[in-house]
Design a protein around this ligand. Structure first.
Ligand code: GCW
Length: 679
């Protein structure tokens, strides 16, 4: 028997008070599907039957015509129908209809996938207790590509995974547990995800063979499961595959043998998986091979793959996480934050139509707070997609609660001024600003084979929320949070209220007791967990805070620093350049200031550091108190899991507080105004 923790937001709790439903819930008694029953429609029907059986206690009947008086009708909208013009391929309509002898809810889409999404949406409406008698809604996803990247290795480990081992691989083979992959597909599809790359972007020796006959039959099986849920399968590939797989002596993208090699390879892949999505590529990044070895650039490299994929409708997703990871810390001119823009911006216009550049949300690396990448909107002739990180590498590793939807929302709303006012990041990456052929948003997954998928039960909200937010970036954080809580924990108003406060406060709390004012890092090298102020200070990674006895921060100004601010459009460039207008939360990301510098809040930098660190611990204690008040009101396994993690979070927050505060007291020699204990 699967636990509630496992079922997550698809648990479909029994509805005790069925009176609120139309006609005593009777309209739920049949599902009508008259069209051809494709695998995607089968998925929809299976989900509806499972859900209604659980929620009402009665298994709905299935028929191909409206017989029963109260039914859910799945139907296809044909080209030419009025509604057809209002929908894109993944869009749908949900509509209450009176029939001769009762009522029905229509779930209609132009494609089977639209109908599947409508089914999941209907179930969300019921879980949030929406009255369906008058329901009449139309939905279209804003983003075209809504993807997940797995960083799974075939030995079963997951790079930056905090929730157990891979659900895809073990012992360098594919798993036999296809049921679990199917449940993952259900979770993803329920929030609109339509693409997944199933292996780590760092493609090691065994994974390089995923595109060979050894493994393609297995990839095809996984792709078949995802296909049933409208999700296309992608693979991360090793740029040096022609060499690594033993066929050629070079991987030079302009070499004819190399080009033909990839063309043949791609043919093979499509012979197994006719709707294969394409390749995700990390090249010339953190010691991965790439076109630089041959004196070629990223356009040469990606275009070569794009040409091989084009005849099959495949795409190349080329990552922009390219920087010098062997920097000399004494070199104050090199600024890692500048790297992606400096590498890629000059290549604008040179990429094939089926290449998309995948850009991390910030120029450094998924910190608790950093500026947005200035590349968004800077290349008006190049497809771009945004990469978020759901897995909490730098945000508490799923031992701490850190709800990331507010952070992502802020990023998507960020005004780039790429085409003057009105070009926020969300309008760049949805392709509307520059009319891109391909566009969208992706994220690194946070799941593993832990029973509850994400280690911390509350981290499920980040996976759910990611899907919902990229489906429609105009949704508010509150709407998304509310849906997740209802589906996961039910309708007790107290539970809904307390959990939403915990989630809403969690990111600012985490920020409070970790690295201050946008400076980032200060973590232990390699695993990145826990405080270590100078952990990266004298390293090769380009991630420094430059704290000394007088001050702290990275001078990225044009006037006296690395000149990074100039990579933004004018309005933002001047906002960040000036100390007067740079927002407090990013002050140390852009400026090096004395500890006595006064923030807009009126506090000095040093006092801000002390205050936020003391406050952060108190707030973490508050989170646990809040959660404890819900004992008995939520599933016991979930309750205990979250309680244990919150307990650990408090201990660990204290560790952060004391190490950070002590470090800065010793460096600056400036006492805490409130004379609290600093060691
Ligand atoms: O921040 C780094 C992570 C690496 C990761 C890399 C990337 C997959 O620490 O583990 O490698 O980012 O995004 O490529």
């Amino acid at each position: 028997e699967l636990t509630e923790a496992y079922k997550g937001w698809l648990r479909y709790e029994k509805i005790e008070d069925q009176d609120w439903m139309n006609e005593n819930g009777k309209w739920l008694s049949a599902i009508v599907s008259s069209g051809t029953c494709t695998t995607v429609i089968e998925s929809a029907i299976e989900e509806l039957i499972k859900a209604f059986t659980n929620m009402t206690g009665q298994k709905p009947a299935l028929s191909d015509s409206v017989q029963s008086s109260y039914s859910i009708v799945l139907s296809k909208i044909e080209e030419g129908d009025d509604a057809s013009n209002e929908l894109n391929d993944d869009g749908y309509i949900i509509q209450a209809k009176k029939t001769d002898n009762g009522s029905a809810v229509l779930l209609a889409g132009k494609t089977d996938i639209g109908i599947l999404y409508a089914s999941f949406h209907l179930l969300r409406l019921i879980q949030t207790r929406t009255n369906l008698e008058t329901v009449n809604l139309r939905e279209n996803p804003t983003n075209q590509l809504r993807m997940i990247n797995q960083w799974d290795n075939m030995d079963g480990s997951i790079e930056r995974g905090y929730a157990g081992e891979s659900i895809f691989y073990e012992n360098n083979q594919f798993t036999n547990n296809l049921e679990r992959i199917k449940d993952y597909a259900r979770l993803l599809s329920s929030v609109g995800i339509n693409g997944i790359s199933i292996n780590n972007v760092n493609v090691h020796a065994v994974e390089t063979k995923l595109i060979t006959n050894d493994f393609l039959p297995h990839v095809a099986k996984v792709a078949e499961i995802f296909r049933g849920y409208g999700i296309k399968t992608f693979l991360s590939v090793n740029y040096a595959s022609p060499i690594q797989l033993g066929d050629l002596e070079t991987a030079d993208p302009l070499d004819d043998n190399v080009r033909n090699w990839w063309k043949e390879k791609v043919k093979d892949v499509y012979s197994y998986i006719p709707d294969f999505g394409g390749f995700v590529v990390k090249a010339d990044s953190e010691h991965r091979p790439g076109p630089f070895t041959y004196g070629r650039n990223h356009a040469d490299g990606s275009n070569m793959l794009a040409e091989a994929l084009e005849p099959f409708g495949g795409i190349v997703i080329w990552r922009c996480f390219v920087y010098n990871c062997m920097q000399d810390w004494r070199d104050r001119k090199t600024d890692r934050a500048r790297a992606a823009y400096d590498h890629f911006k000059p290549l604008d216009g040179q990429f094939h139509e089926n290449v998309i550049l995948q850009i991390k949300n910030g120029p450094m690396d998924f910190q608790v707070r950093e500026a947005v990448s200035p590349l968004f909107g800077a290349m008006n002739e190049t497809n771009q997609m945004l990469e978020f990180q759901i897995t909490q590498e730098y945000t508490g590793q799923q031992k701490h609660v850190c709800y990331l939807i507010p952070q992502w929302k802020e990023i998507l709303e960020f005004e780039t001024y790429a085409k003057g006012e009105g070009t926020p990041i969300k309008r760049i990456v949805d392709g509307s600003t520059f009319k891109n052929r391909f566009s969208g948003i992706t994220a690194v997954s946070n799941i593993g084979n832990d029973t509850n998928w994400t280690g911390h039960q509350l981290a499920q909200a980040n996976l759910f929320g990611f899907g919902r937010l990229i489906w429609n970036p105009d949704l508010s954080v509150e709407e998304i949070t509310n849906e997740w809580i209802h589906a996961t924990f039910g309708n007790d108003p107290d539970v809904v209220e307390q959990v939403s406060i915990i989630l809403k406060d969690s990111w600012p709390i985490y920020e409070n007791y970790t690295s201050p004012l946008g400076v980032g890092w200060m973590v232990n090298p390699d695993h990145h967990y826990g405080p270590n102020v100078d952990g990266y200070e004298y390293s090769v990674w380009g991630t420094y805070h430059f704290a000394d006895c007088d001050g702290i921060g990275v001078d990225r100004t044009v006037a006296s620093g690395t000149g990074y601010t100039a990579q933004y459009f004018d309005e933002n460039a001047s906002m960040y350049e000036s100390l007067d207008t740079c927002p407090d939360e990013l002050l140390l990301f852009f400026h090096h200031v004395p500890y006595t510098h006064k923030l807009k809040s009126g506090k000095t930098v040093i006092q801000h550091i002390y205050d936020t660190h003391f406050e952060g611990v108190e707030q973490a204690i508050g989170l646990k108190e809040r959660w404890s008040s819900l004992e008995g009101k939520v599933d016991q396994e979930c309750y205990q899991n979250i309680l244990d993690r919150l307990t650990g979070q408090i201990d660990h927050a204290k560790q952060w507080r004391d190490i950070i505060n002590t470090y800065f007291l010793r460096k600056s020699g400036i006492q805490d105004e409130k004379n609290r204990t600093i060691y």
